[in-house]
Write a protein that binds this ligand. Sequence first.
Ligand SMILES: [Ca+2]
Length: 452
Amino acid sequence: MKVWIPLALSLFAALQPLVSTAESKKAGSPNVVFILADDLGYADLSCYGSKEITTPHLDKMAAEGMKFTDFYAAACVCTPTRAAFLTGSYPKRVGLHNGVLSPKTKSGLNPSEVTLAELLKAQGYATACIGKWHLGLEEAVLPLAHGFDYYFGMPGPNHGASDLYRNNKLITEKKNVDRDQLTRRYTEEAVAFIRQSKDKPFFLYLPHSAPHFPLYASKTFRGTSKQGLRGDMIQEIDWSCGEILMTIKQLGLDDNTLVIFTSDNGQAGVAAQPLHGGKGSSWEAGFRVPFVARWPKRIPAGAVSEQFATIMDVLSTVAPLAGAQAPTDRKIDGKNIWPLLSGKPAARSEYDAFFYYVRDGQLSAVRQGKWKLHLRVPSERWAGKLPKEALLATKPKTAPPWLYNLNEDVGETKNVAEENPDLVASLAKLAIEFDRKLGEEMRPAYGANVRK
Ligand SMILES: [Ca+2]
């Protein structure tokens, strides 16, 4: 599926004006805007219960569309989830499950992977990535090599190599980047791309750098939330979503644009009640994130889905809407959740089980239906300094395995492993077998020494 285009040629293509388009516009192919926040947790939006942060634009988007209660990032840290989103696969399947790529990494998302951007580009979409990439720094693995016509943003992690790039070119060294203006700049770039691409189907991937540490916000938003600077950052992201939705509406594209908002992993430094834990851990708050999708007349307004879904599903869901097909020459883990999104009666999650790989790349827990089994002690130390209420109130006195019924105990406070030995055994077997098989099927990351 992957088409190799010499770099000079792909750069040339990226510089062409985004016209020649009316004829390539496919009837019914929706525009797709995928907005990804960084370290935004389950309880960080007012439509998900936040009392400290006000997110009127995302609340409105949820009221006009659908939100999910059981939507999961594919990992509890940045790089693996981003790889999973673009490939529709578990991070381990594409070799990017071992933590995050460093500021000096020589590794990245393998160009042999088929990304959602490539699938849509092949269908005549204009494609752009604006924001934090974190899937490698070398030209061979930057966004232009992965199906995006245009890139603006920070290819490295938020701390460390945060130089600013336009396409493959460094335009501002990290020491000169005014981080306070970052969300605003991403938004301006995103709006410009939408305006420029209005006559063509377009795919905008907008991975914000916020609200990941270090905290920052523009003057307009400082002091506006009840949660300090972190809340202010999220309120600025909310403003940004409002600008994008307004642009789509002004251009008359409302009925033909699917907009999705979610996060790459759970929150850091604050609690996400009623969930325990946070970024970096296999507690629910590490993985479970808000997910809001809006497409007027196609997604029912004000709907809530309690079905299980993950960020891996976006590729398999969006590709068919655009007339493309998820790759069939390799294993893809994501499911097509359009039956859920379109409100099809009796639509159910197609997942048999979900496997929680944590930041050291190891399988830590498994969920099947309402049951979740922890195979290892979840990390508590990595999500910034988590407040007490984010940590387990009644830590099990025994070593794992720990079993929780998420339907009755989403906060994972009551270990019922002892009462359910058969369930513990079968879930453990399922997890170990899945991990063994995935280890055998792994596709290598770019430039990486594959570690299973
Ligand atoms: Ca993150």
